[in-house]
Design a protein around this ligand. Structure first.
Ligand code: 3HC
Length: 285
């Protein structure tokens, strides 16, 4: 199946990044969110990222404008009726995603592929909410989407070979490197990465040292581009906690217990970069 028209539901950090990746590669994109202000913020994020790429000669000014012009926005699902591929990037709530997939099932063409960018929820469960489970697949991008090369293709129990092959092809066409993985809570990257971040938070909770030190030793000792606490701030502490919760409940294994400090930070509303404060401070916060 040839993909030409793409729909993205959710204009947050991930959704806008995904819309940008497809638009830069020449695809016709419609990006949706529930409020006009959310889609406007998503478009502004795309604009900023493209400006940054243009300033570093990674894209010409003309290609930047053309990419922006390829993204239309909407606050309803109706315009998705003609899409070949839908990528869902809404909040990490299982029921919200399952409801959305039921709605997309009705609106989208019967042969359209419905992909989810879920970070850890069972794609098999999301697929089961749809009447086309064999055309549901995980397409897991990484933050910041314009920079990160990987797409984890998550093959649900129901996903067809043809759908996995199409997603592999389209991921390469947008300049990503796909790897196909069987569905399981957290897949591979988040199962490993988020557990490491949780352990770094436990080191802080136990008072081993300061946040800056924990980040510095992991940069120097493991050659990570950024320390685990700075990465948690980038991902969002609410998202990190959510993923830990999914791993903990899904595997029913205490090794995935969220750090008490992580819970407290989320309770305090210290969610990382997006709120100006997490394990580090950002902007004027
Ligand atoms: N848009 C466009 N370009 C961007 C960008 C953006 N949003 N963010 C960074 N860049 C570009 C910069 O312009 C720069 O380009 P250059 O190489 O031409 O100079 C390059 O990326 C590197 O950026 P910086 O110089 O600003 O800073 P760093 O060298 O420190 O890199 C980083 C920043 C790419 C974020 C790097 O620190 C990194 O790779 N960190 C780890 C990120 C990571 O692990 N992400 C995965 C999170 S898990 C996830 O997303 C899964 C989800 O389910 C939770």
């Amino acid at each position: 199946m040839e993909i030409q028209k793409v729909g993205v539901v959710g204009a947050g950090v991930m959704g806008s990044g995904i819309a940008q990746a497809f638009a830069v590669a020449g695809y016709d994109v419609i990006m949706a969110d529930i409020k006009e202000e959310f889609v406007a913020k998503g478009l502004a994020t795309v604009q900023k990222s493209l400006d940054r790429m243009a300033a570093r000669d990674k894209i010409t000014a003309a290609d930047k404008d053309a990419a922006l012009a390829r993204i239309r926005t909407t606050t309803t699902l109706d315009p998705f009726a003609d899409r070949d591929l839908m990528v869902e990037a809404v909040l990490e709530e299982e029921e919200l995603k399952r409801t959305l997939f039921r709605e997309l099932d009705v609106i989208c063409r019967g042969d359209a592929i419905l992909a989810t960018n879920t970070s850890s929820i069972s794609v098999t469960k999301i697929a089961a909410a749809s009447r086309r489970p064999e055309r549901v697949v995980g397409m897991h991008f990484f933050n910041p989407v314009p920079v990160m090369k990987l797409v984890e293709i998550i093959r649900a129990l129901q996903t067809s070979d043809e759908v996995c092959a199409t997603i592999d092809e389209v991921s390469r066409a947008i300049g990503k490197t796909p790897h196909t993985i069987k569905d399981s809570y957290g897949f591979v990257v988040n199962r490993v990465l988020i557990l490491m971040i949780n352990e770094a938070i436990n080191c802080l909770y136990e008072g081993l040292t300061e946040p800056e030190e924990i980040d510095a030793v992991m940069r120097l000792g493991a050659n990570h581009p950024m320390g685990p606490l700075a990465l948690a701030d980038l991902i969002g502490l609410d998202v990190v906690l959510n993923i830990m919760g999914t791993l903990y409940d899904g595997f029913d294994d205490p090794k995935y217990r969220p750090s008490p400090l992580l819970k407290q930070m989320v309770d305090a509303g210290y969610l990382g970069r997006k709120t100006g404060r997490g394990f580090h401070k950002y902007g004027d916060a």
